[in-house]
Design a protein. Structure first.
Lengths: 332, 288, 358
C-alpha cells in the first residue's frame, strides 16, 4: 500500500480527535439549548474566559491589574504565588458557577418570554461583553496553560505502527495532548449522558427540555435549573478551554472554536447529545480529509475555515431536521 | 337571538332540495346548487396517524357549510387540505369545476380561497390595518422595482386598496383599533381582525376554523352576525368549523359530521340532529 | 409646544400613509437634509470625515440593508461582512477592468453583483429557519472571505494580496484615491445614502413591505394568505445584499482605499452591523441610522475619553469598548427590544401630548 494511504488514515485519526474536541464544545451548546431553548453563542467565549481565569489563578495574576495601573498609576501585576493546578481548576470552576448565576439573574430572568432569536442575539452581546471583560480582567497577551497534560508526539504509537508501511512510512504521528483530550472529552460526554439518565437532577433537566410546566410540577424551579445548566456548560467550557489552551495557548482565537461547534450542531441537531458527538466526529474528519484530498492540493488550502459550514448547509437543505431530528411537520 | 338581523327579514322556509328541514339552505338567495369545492375520497395520513379517511363531500355556491365533530376528528385537516397546506395521499379535489393538481398554498390563495385559523395566526408585529391590508396582497401587483419610487402607480394602488380595507374595518366595527398592533388586542378582537384579513381577499370560498372558540356569548353573537352578513351581502361561500351546536344550527345550510377522520353524517342541520350515528358519536358526547 | 398633529384626522389616505405625517417631523427632516447637503460639505475636515461621518454614512447603508432582511423579513444573517467583501471586490474588479466607467456606476453594479450572490446564499432560507439559517449564513461569511483571500484573480494577482482603490472622479472631482477631498467623498456617499434610504422606505411601506413582514411574523400564515415565500425571501436577500454590497464598495473605494479582506470584512463586521440594527431598532429605517450613529460614535467617544483624556493605553480602551458594547446589546434587548427607534417614538409621543398628558 502506498504511503499516501497511510497519511490518509493519519488524517482521519487526527480528524477524529479534533472532532471529539468539537463535540465537547457542541455539548455545552446542546445542554443549554435542551434545558432553556437558548442558543448560547457565548459558549466559545466562556471557554476562553474559563481558561484565562484558570491561568490567572495559577500564576497568581492580579485581576484588573492593567486597569488599576492605568487609573492609579501603580505597577502591580502578580501576587507572587503559584497555585497548584488542581486548586486553580477548582477556583476557575467556582468563577464559572458564579458566572452562571449572574447570567440567570441579570439576563435570562428578564428575557424569559422573548423569542428565541432575541435570546440568541443577547448571547452574542454576552459573548462580546465577556471577551472585553476577560481581557480587562486578565490582560490580552497570549498565555501558556500548563496543567500537566502530556505534550508532544506519542512515540509508542509511532513506533509500533511503523511496520505497516514501507520504507517511507515512519508510523502514525499522533499528539499526546490530542489523545488525552479525546479521552477526557469522551469520559466527560459519557458521564454527562449517565448523569442525565440516572440522577434526579438529570431527569429534571430532561423534563424541562420536554415541557417546562411538567418540570415545574416536579417541584424544581426553572431558574434553579437554568443556573445548574449554565454551570454545567461553564464546566464543559472550562474543560474545553484547558484542552485547547494547552494545545495552542490561551488567546482570543480560542473563542473561535465555538464557531466550529455551530456546524456540528446544525448537523447533529440542537437537542441531541449523540448528534453533537457524531456531528463533531463527522466534521472533524470531513474537514481534515477535504483539506488533505482537495483543499491543500487544489484550492490553495485553509478550507477548514468554511468546509464545516458548507457541509452543514448543504446537508440541512436536504434534511432540515438534522441527522437525528424528527421530520418537522408544521401545523396551523 | 342571532337571527334578529336584517338578514332574515321576510324570509319564509321553503322545502329544501335535500329533503325536509328548516336549515338555511332554501332561504339563502345565493345558493344556486352549483358545486364550488368537492372532495372525493380524500385520505390524509401523518406517519401512522390517519387524519382523514376516504372522505367525500362538496360545498355549494353561496352556502354556509359547517364541519363538526369531536376534537381530533380531522376537521382542521380538511380545511388544510382544501387550502393546500396538507396534501392528501389519496383522493381528488375539484374546485370550480376542475380537478386541482398539487398546488402550493399561496397559489391556492390566488385562486380565491381564504381562511382563518383555529389558533390565531395574525402577524403580531403589525397593526390591525396592516394585517387586513395583507389580505389584499393577492390582489396587489408585486414587484420591488415598482415600489422604489412611491408616487405614481404604487401610491394609487395603495390608496385604492386602503379604501376597500376601510370598508371592511367599518363592516367589522373595528375602526378604533385600526392603528393598534394586533399583539395588544384582546382575543375576541384578534379573531375579528383575522376574519377581516380573510375578507379583504374577497374570497370566493372562505374557510373559518373555529371562529368563535373561546368567545363569550356576546362576542359569539357578533361573530355570527358578521358571518351571516358576509354570506348574505357578498354571497360568499363559507365552510365553517364550529363546536357550539346552537351556532351551527343557526348558521349552517348543510353540515358535515366527522369522527376519527371519517365522515359519519351529512345533511341539513335537522337531518344531522336526528341521525343516530351522529348522536352516538358526537352529540351524545360532551365536547367542551 | 409646537409638536402637534392637528387632531389625528387626515384629509386623505394618502396623507395618512405619508412618511412624516406630522408637520414638525417634516420640517425637522427637511432641515437635516438641507444641513447635510448645504452646510456639512463646507465644515467637513479630514478628521471628521474619516473618524465619524464617512463610516456613519456607509454603515447606515449596510444597516438599512441588514434591517430589510432581518428587521422586515425576519431572516437573521451573520454574513454581512462577507457580502460587504463581495461589494468591495466587485467594485475593485469593475474599477480596474473598466477604467472609463464612472465610479458611481461601479458602486451600483457592485451592489447588483452582491444582490446576485446574496440571493444564491438566500436559497437555503426556503428550507432552513431561525438559528439554523443564522448559522448557515456564516457559511457565506467564511467562504467568501476565504475565496477573496485565496483566489488571486480577485486581487489582480497583487503581491500583497491587498486591493487598492484607483483614483476616480465625479464631475471632475476626486472621490477615491489619496487625492480625494473630504467634502467630495462625503457628498458622493451622501447621494447613495439619501437615494437608498428613500428607496428602502418606499419598498417597506407598501405591499412589498407587508409581504416581508408577514413572512417575518408568521411564514406559514403568510404563505396561506398568498405570499410566495420564494419570491419574498429571495427578494429580501437580494435587496438587502444590494445595500450591503454598495456599503462594501464605498467602504473599500471611498473610505479605506486599501483593503485586506480578513481584516476589513471579517465576522466582526457582521456582528457590528447586527448590533447597529438591534440597538437602533429592528424594522425601522430611522433605527438603522440611529444604530449606525451609535456604534460609530461610541468607540470614538470612548477613545477620546480613555485615551485622550485619561491617557490609558489603546488596548485597554479597546477591551472596555468590547465590554461596553456587549453590555449595551444585552441591556437594549432586556429593556427596550425595539431599540432607539422606539425610545424616540416614546419621546415623541410624550412631546405630542405635552403639557397635558391626558
Ligand atoms: N401536522 C400534523 N402532524 C401529525 N399529526 C397531525 C398533524 N395535523 C393533524 N394531525 C393529527 O390528525 C388528527 C386530526 O387533527 P385535526 O384535523 O387538527 O382535528 P380537529 O381539527 O378535528 O380537532 C389528529 O389526530 C392530529 O393529531
Ligand atoms: Mg381543529
Amino acid at each position: 500500500m502506498s504511503p499516501g494511504f497511510f497519511y490518509g488514515i493519519e488524517v482521519v485519526l487526527n480528524g477524529l480527535m479534533t472532532g471529539v474536541m468539537y463535540s465537547l464544545v457542541a455539548l455545552g451548546f446542546v445542554l443549554i439549548f435542551k434545558a432553556s431553548g437558548i442558543f448560547n453563542y457565548a459558549q466559545g467565549v466562556m471557554a476562553l474566559f474559563a481558561a484565562l481565569t484558570l491561568v490567572g489563578f495559577q500564576d497568581g495574576q492580579i485581576p484588573f491589574s492593567h486597569l488599576i495601573n492605568a487609573v492609579f498609576g501603580t505597577k502591580i501585576h502578580h501576587f507572587g504565588w503559584h497555585l497548584p493546578a488542581i486548586l486553580a481548576v477548582l477556583f476557575a470552576l467556582g468563577v464559572m458557577i458564579l458566572f452562571a448565576w449572574l447570567v440567570e439573574k441579570l439576563i435570562l430572568k428578564h428575557l424569559v418570554n422573548q423569542e428565541p432569536i432575541i435570546l440568541f442575539m443577547a448571547t452574542i452581546g454576552l459573548a462580546y461583553f465577556m471577551e472585553g471583560f476577560g481581557d480587562l480582567m486578565w490582560g490580552a497577551d497570549i498565555k501558556t496553560l500548563d496543567v500537566g497534560m502530556p505534550q508532544g508526539g506519542n512515540l509508542w504509537i509511532e513506533e509500533s505502527t511503523a511496520f505497516l508501511g514501507g520504507e517511507d512510512f515512519y508510523g502514525f504521528y499522533l499528539d499526546n495532548l490530542d489523545i488525552w483530550a479525546s479521552v477526557v472529552a469522551l469520559v466527560l460526554v459519557v458521564s454527562l449522558v449517565l448523569l442525565s439518565q440516572y440522577t434526579k437532577i438529570g431527569r429534571a433537566l430532561r423534563a424541562v427540555a420536554d415541557d417546562h410546566q411538567a418540570a415545574l410540577s416536579v417541584g424544581i424551579s426553572l431558574r434553579v435549573i437554568w443556573v445548574i445548566v449554565w454551570s454545567v456548560a461553564g464546566f464543559v467550557a472550562l474543560v474545553a478551554g484547558i484542552m485547547w489552551g494547552s494545545k495552542s495557548g490561551v488567546q482570543f482565537s480560542l473563542s473561535l472554536i465555538a464557531l466550529k461547534a455551530l456546524p456540528v450542531l446544525m448537523l447533529g441537531g440542537f437537542t441531541s447529545i449523540p448528534g453533537a458527538i457524531i456531528g463533531g466526529l463527522i466534521i472533524g474528519v470531513g474537514e481534515k480529509l477535504f483539506e488533505f484530498l482537495l483543499g491543500a492540493p487544489f484550492l490553495g488550502g485553509a478550507t477548514e475555515n468554511w468546509f464545516a459550514y458548507m457541509l452543514a448547509l448543504v446537508f440541512l437543505v436536504f434534511r432540515p431536521q438534522g441527522l437525528f431530528g424528527e421530520k418537522i411537520i408544521e401545523r396551523v | 337571538m342571532i337571527r334578529n338581523g336584517r338578514s332574515f327579514d321576510g324570509r319564509v322556509d321553503a322545502p329544501a332540495d335535500s329533503g325536509a328541514g328548516t336549515g338555511r339552505a332554501a332561504e339563502t338567495p345565493g345558493t344556486s346548487g352549483a358545486v364550488v369545492m368537492e372532495l372525493r375520497g380524500i385520505t390524509l395520513r401523518f406517519g401512522g396517524v390517519t387524519a382523514i379517511r376516504e372522505t367525500t363531500f362538496d360545498i355549494q355556491e353561496g352556502e354556509i357549510r359547517a364541519i363538526i365533530g369531536p376534537n381530533g376528528a380531522g376537521k382542521s385537516s380538511v380545511l388544510n387540505v382544501i387550502n393546500g397546506f396538507y396534501h392528501p395521499q389519496e383522493g381528488e379535489i375539484w374546485y370550480q369545476g376542475r380537478q386541482r393538481g398539487v398546488l402550493k398554498p399561496h397559489q391556492i390563495a390566488h385562486q380565491g380561497i381564504a381562511r382563518t385559523f383555529q389558533n390565531i395566526a395574525l402577524f403580531r408585529g403589525m397593526t390591525t390595518l396592516d394585517n387586513i391590508m395583507t389580505g389584499r396582497l393577492t390582489r396587489m401587483k408585486s414587484g420591488i422595482f415598482r415600489q422604489l419610487a412611491w408616487w405614481g402607480p404604487a401610491e394609487r394602488e395603495e390608496t385604492e386598496h386602503r379604501e376597500a380595507v376601510e370598508q371592511i374595518i367599518d363592516f367589522l366595527e373595528i375602526q378604533a383599533i385600526r392603528k393598534t398592533p394586533v399583539g395588544r388586542l384582546p382575543y375576541g378582537l384578534q379573531k375579528r381582525v383575522e376574519l377581516g384579513r380573510a375578507l379583504a381577499a374577497e374570497p370566493s370560498l372562505l374557510l373559518l376554523d373555529e371562529p368563535m372558540a373561546g368567545m363569550n356569548v356576546e362576542e359569539k353573537e357578533d361573530m355570527s352576525r358578521f358571518i351571516l352578513d358576509v354570506n348574505d351581502e357578498f354571497g360568499t361561500t363559507i365552510a365553517l368549523i364550529e363546536h357550539d351546536m346552537g351556532v351551527v344550527m343557526d348558521l349552517a345550510d348543510r353540515v358535515v359530521v366527522m369522527d376519527y377522520g371519517r365522515k359519519i353524517g351529512d345533511g341539513t342541520p335537522d337531518d344531522v340532529r336526528s341521525n343516530e350515528a351522529v348522536i352516538n358519536a358526537y352529540l351524545g358526547v360532551a365536547h367542551d | 409646544m409646537l409638536y402637534r398633529e392637528v387632531g389625528d384626522f387626515k384629509a386623505s389616505y394618502a396623507a395618512d400613509q405619508a412618511t412624516f405625517s406630522i408637520a414638525f417631523d417634516r420640517w425637522f427632516y427637511h432641515g437635516i437634509l438641507a444641513f447635510a447637503i448645504l452646510v456639512v460639505p463646507f465644515l467637513i475636515n479630514d478628521y471628521w470625515a474619516n473618524a465619524v461621518i464617512l463610516p456613519f454614512l456607509i454603515y447606515s447603508i449596510a444597516a438599512i440593508g441588514l434591517n430589510i432582511l432581518t428587521g422586515y423579513c425576519g431572516q437573521v444573517s451573520l454574513g454581512t461582512g462577507g457580502f460587504m467583501a463581495v461589494g468591495a471586490y466587485a467594485c475593485y474588479k469593475l474599477m480596474t477592468a473598466f477604467p472609463e466607467l464612472n465610479i458611481f456606476f461601479c458602486v451600483l453594479l457592485s451592489g447588483g453583483v452582491t444582490a446576485l450572490v446574496g440571493a444564491v446564499f438566500g436559497l437555503p432560507s426556503l428550507r432552513i429557519k431561525g438559528f439554523y439559517l443564522a448559522v448557515a449564513t456564516l457559511a457565506a461569511q467564511f467562504f467568501l472571505v476565504w475565496l477573496f483571500n485565496k483566489v488571486a484573480w480577485f486581487y489582480n494577482y497583487s503581491a500583497s494580496g491587498q486591493i487598492n482603490a484607483p483614483e476616480r472622479t465625479v464631475f471632475g472631482f476626486e472621490v477615491t484615491g489619496p487625492e480625494a477631498m473630504p467634502w467630495s467623498a462625503y457628498l458622493f456617499c451622501l447621494v447613495f445614502v439619501i437615494g437608498l434610504a428613500w428607496a428602502a422606505r418606499n419598498m417597506t411601506r407598501g405591499s412589498n413591505g407587508r409581504r416581508w413582514m408577514a413572512i417575518r411574523d408568521m411564514d406559514i400564515a403568510a404563505e396561506i394568505i398568498g405570499v410566495n415565500p420564494l419570491g419574498a425571501k429571495l427578494g429580501a436577500f437580494a435587496v438587502s445584499s444590494f445595500y450591503v454590497g454598495v456599503a462594501g464598495a464605498l467602504f473599500f473605494s471611498v473610505y479605506l482605499g486599501a483593503v485586506e479582506v480578513t481584516e476589513a470584512f471579517g465576522i466582526q463586521k457582521s456582528f457590528i452591523v447586527l448590533f447597529m440594527i438591534i440597538i437602533g431598532g429592528l424594522g425601522s429605517i430611522f433605527g438603522s441610522f440611529a444604530g449606525a450613529a451609535f456604534m460609530v460614535l461610541l468607540p470614538v467617544l470612548l477613545k477620546n475619553i480613555m485615551v485622550g483624556k485619561l491617557g490609558w493605553a489603546t488596548d485597554l480602551a479597546a477591551h472596555f469598548e468590547f465590554a461596553i458594547v456587549g453590555a449595551l446589546i444585552v441591556f437594549f434587548l432586556v429593556v427596550e427590544p425595539h431599540g432607539l427607534a422606539m425610545l424616540w417614538r416614546i419621546i415623541k409621543e410624550k412631546l405630542r401630548l405635552w403639557p397635558f398628558p391626558h
